[in-house]
Design a protein around this ligand. Structure first.
Ligand code: C2O
Ligand code: CU
Ligand code: CU
Length: 464
C-alpha cells in the first residue's frame, strides 16, 4: 500500500481552549482552563484518493494537543457522540479517581461528562489521552481516538528551545481503506490478540513520513509519544547522538547521551536533537528492528528498519549552538526503606497473577501515603509493557540491573522472561486504579487488575 505524504506542520492541531485567564500571572496563580472535547465518527483522508471512516476528537486525527501548566485547574467538558460507550483516560496524570476515565466511569452515547482535575506541581511532562472503556480500548484507539497532553513548568530549564511534538501510531487499512479490524477468531484476529495489533502504516501526527526542518547548529526539543497498540520503536537518528532528557513523568536530573532510545507502547520520551549536520542535508528518524515477539507469531518483516519522519536541514548557514543546561531539575528519590509492602505481579499470556480483570474484585489494597515496591515478573517469551494508573513510579532495576538514573514513569516495559521492580508512593488520590499490560489487545482481553487506595480525600503533603 502506498501512503501519501500529507503536508502538515508538526504543531498542527495545537489548541489552547477557553482560557479564562492568561498572560502575566504570578508563577503560582492558578488558571482555570476549560476544554471542550467531543468524540464522534468522521471521515478523513488517510491514503491518497480515498477517505476512511474513523472516530475523532473534535474532528481531528490525532485529537487536539492540550497544553496545561502546573497548577492549572482544568475542566474538560466531554461529549460522547460515538455509537457506543467510551471514556477519556488521562494517561499518566495524577488526578482524582472520578476524572481518571477508567472503565469505572463509562460515558454512554449522547451523554456528557466533566473531567475535573488540578495539574500538580512537579508533573511537567508529556502525557496523552485515549478512551478506556471495558474491552473496547484497542478498537477505539485503532479507530483514531488519541491525543497529546503537554504540561509545562513555570521554571522549565529547556524553555526557549524550539519544540516538536511527535505522536507515533501504526495502523492497518483493509483493501477498501477502512480500518482493518479482523474478527477476533479469524486467523488475523488471533495473531493480533497474541502479538498485539500492528500495522504497516506508521503515522506521525496523523501523517505518513512528515518532515521536520532544522537549521544546522540548532538544538530542538522533541517530545515523542508512542500511541501504538503494540508496536515498540527503537528510535535512532543516523549521524546524530541523542540527548535523552525525559520520560513519562517529565525531565531527568541531567541529560543522558545515547545512540538510540527504546520507546515501548504508551511510553513517552523527551530528547534534544542537536543540528550537527550540514545545511541542506537530510536524514530520517528510524525505528530499528526490535524483537518483542514470541517466535510463533513474530511478523516476517520484524527485522526491517522503518522510517518515521524526515529531518531536513535548511540551507541557512549554521547557527551558533544553544547552550544546554547540565542540570535539568531535582528528581526526589522515593525512599525504599519506607516501603510497607512488596507486591509481586506475575505476567502470563493474557493474565496477571493467573487472573483476568474483574471490575468487582480488588487485587491490591493499600492506604494513601503508603510507599510500596512492585516486582513485575514476566514468564512469557514476549515483552509486556506494564502500566499503573494514578501514580508515577521510579524504576529500581530491570533484570536485576539497577537503573543508572532516576525518572518518573507510569509504564515499564518488562522484557520477555524478565523482571522489573519499581517503587511507588500513593501520595494522592484515593480510588480504584487500574494496572495492566498496555498492549491494547492484552488489556482488552483482561490482562489487568485493580489497586484500591483508601484514605482521606487528599494527603496534606504536596509531594507526589
Ligand atoms: Cu494508557 Cu489504562 O492506560
Ligand atoms: Cu493510564
Ligand atoms: Cu501484554
Amino acid at each position: 500500500m502506498l501512503l501519501h505524504r500529507r503536508a502538515t506542520t508538526l504543531r498542527r492541531g495545537l489548541v489552547l481552549v477557553g482560557l479564562t485567564s492568561v498572560g502575566a500571572l504570578p508563577a503560582l496563580a492558578q488558571r482555570r482552563v476549560e476544554v471542550t472535547l467531543t468524540a464522534a465518527p468522521t471521515r478523513l483522508s488517510l491514503v491518497p484518493g480515498a477517505t476512511t471512516e474513523i472516530f475523532a476528537y473534535n474532528g481531528q486525527f490525532p485529537g487536539p494537543t492540550l497544553e496545561f501548566r502546573e497548577g492549572d485547574r482544568v475542566t474538560v467538558h466531554f461529549r460522547n457522540d460515538l455509537p457506543e460507550p467510551t471514556t477519556v483516560h488521562w494517561h499518566g496524570l495524577n488526578l482524582p479517581f472520578t476524572s481518571d476515565g477508567s472503565p469505572f466511569h463509562p460515558v454512554a452515547p449522547g451523554e456528557t461528562y466533566d473531567y475535573v482535575f488540578t495539574i500538580r506541581p512537579g508533573t511537567a511532562g508529556t502525557y496523552w489521552y485515549h478512551p478506556h472503556p471495558h474491552h473496547r480500548t484497542g478498537y477505539q484507539i485503532a479507530k483514531g481516538l488519541y491525543g497529546a497532553v503537554i504540561v509545562r513548568a513555570s521554571d522549565d530549564p529547556l524553555r526557549g528551545l524550539p519544540e516538536k511534538l511527535i505522536v507515533i501510531s501504526d495502523n492497518r487499512l483493509a483493501g477498501d481503506n477502512s480500518i482493518d479490524l479482523p474478527a477476533s477468531l479469524s486467523p488475523a484476529g488471533i495473531v493480533d490478540r497474541e502479538n498485539g495489533r500492528e500495522g504497516d502504516a506508521i503515522f506521525v501526527n496523523g501523517a505518513v513520513m512528515p518532515t521536520i526542518t532544522i537549521r544546522a547548529g540548532e538544538v530542538q526539543r522533541w517530545r515523542v509519544i508512542n500511541a501504538s497498540a503494540a508496536r515498540v520503536y527503537r528510535l535512532s537518528l543516523p549521524g546524530h547522538k541523542l540527548l535523552h532528557v525525559g520520560s513519562d513523568g517529565g525531565l531527568f536530573e541531567r541529560p543522558v547521551e545515547v545512540d538510540e532510545i527504546l520507546l515501548a507502547n504508551a511510553e513517552r520520551v523527551e530528547l534534544l536533537v542537536r543540528g550537527t549536520g550540514s545545511p541542506g542535508e537530510r536524514t530520517a528518524l528510524q525505528a530499528l528492528p526490535y524483537d518483542r515477539y514470541i517466535p510463533q507469531t513474530r511478523p516476517a518483516k520484524w527485522t526491517e528498519t522503518r522510517e518515521l519522519l524526515t529531518l531536513q536541514y535548511t540551507t541557512k548557514s549554521p547557527k551558533r549552538a544553544a547552550s544546554i543546561p547540565t542540570v535539568l531539575r531535582h528528581v526526589p528519590a522515593l525512599d525504599t526503606t519506607q516501603a510497607t509492602a512488596r507486591r509481586l505481579m506475575v505476567l502470563t499470556q493474557g493474565m496477571i497473577n493467573g487472573r483476568l480483570m474483574d471490575p468487582n474484585r480488588v487485587d491490591v489494597l493499600a492506604s494513601l501515603d503508603a510507599t510500596e515496591i512492585w516486582e513485575i515478573e514476566n514468564l512469557v517469551g514476549m515483552d509486556h509493557p506494564f502500566h499503573l494508573h494514578g501514580f508515577q513510579f521510579q524504576v529500581l532495576d530491570r533484570n536485576g540491573v539497577p537503573e543508572t538514573f532516576r525518572s518518573w514513569k507510569d509504564v515499564v516495559n518488562v522484557p520477555k522472561h524478565g523482571t522489573a521492580r519499581f517503587v511507588v508512593r500513593y501520595a494522592n488520590y484515593p480510588g480504584k486504579w487500574m494496572f495492566h499490560c498496555h498492549i491494547l489487545d492484552h488489556e482488552d482481553h483482561g490482562m489487568m487488575g485493580i489497586l484500591e487506595v483508601t484514605g482521606a480525600p487528599e494527603s496534606r503533603s504536596a509531594k507526589r
